[in-house]
Design a protein around this ligand. Structure first.
Ligand code: E4P
Length: 223
């Protein structure tokens, strides 16, 4: 499972990137709005930091297919290779996906709430399909199961598309999809931090240090 940061805050991205083995960054218009900066300014900064080989996913704003394609051209022109154009999986979006895919531009189908949206996006040539796990849960559905089913639908139908699960609110959701072996998960920095936060681990490490201090004295290390 690829491990991707869902944020546009450059300080948070740097902090997570320097600690965890990360494969890239996803953004959406709401995430960019939170930064309070010009979109291409912050996106260029992210691209420069993560380097040309990491994945960067950037969403179109236009609602019609032709406008989405124009947005996609500009996104790739400014941010370079390994940039995925995120296209909402609407009827217009499916048309844009076919056109972008036909030009060899990488596409991430986003705003996915149903299995059939994902199927149609994959048929249209999307490289990734992003089901919104927690938002599906909030609607009374089962976000993890939806993402797992989409993974299976792709495999069973021979579709060359990966699940990029998105919209996580807790580590359990991430863990279940990691165990299932889905293609990728994009996770906010706070949920990434929660994956490693564990009081039992902290207590165990503190006990080791205390025992060692009893033997060698405070401040002595293995240096
Ligand atoms: C990613 O593609 C989505 O835009 C994002 O994960 C949505 O997350 P949210 O439901 O926390 O806003």
């Amino acid at each position: 499972m690829k491990f991707i940061i869902d944020d546009a805050d450059i300080a948070k991205i740097k902090d997570i990137y320097n600690t965890f083995a990360v494969d890239g960054v996803t953004t959406n218009p709401s995430i960019l709005a939170k930064s309070g900066r010009q979109p291409y300014e912050v996106l260029t900064e992210i691209r420069e930091f993560i380097g040309p080989d990491a994945e960067l996913h950037v969403q179109v704003i236009a609602l019609d297919a032709e406008g989405m394609v124009r947005d996609g051209h500009r996104i790739v022109e400014v941010l370079g290779k390994n940039t995925y154009v995120k296209v909402p999986t609407t009827k217009e979006g499916l048309r844009a996906m076919k056109l972008l895919h036909g030009e060899g531009i990488r596409v991430t189908a986003t705003a996915i709430y149903t299995r059939m949206q994902a199927f149609l996006a994959a048929k249209a040539g999307a490289d990734y399909a992003a089901p919104y796990v927690n938002r599906i849960d909030n609607l009374g559905g089962d976000g993890v199961k939806t993402a797992q089913d989409i993974h299976d639908i792709f495999r069973k139908n021979g579709l060359n598309c990966q699940v990029l699960a998105a919209s996580f609110k807790n580590s359990q959701q991430v863990q279940e999809l990691c165990e299932y072996g889905i293609g990728a998960a994009t996770i906010s920095p706070d949920v990434i931090e929660a994956l490693i936060k564990n009081d039992s681990v902290t207590m165990a490490v503190e006990a080791f240090v205390k025992d060692f201090e009893g033997l060698c004295g405070k401040g002595v290390t293995m240096e």
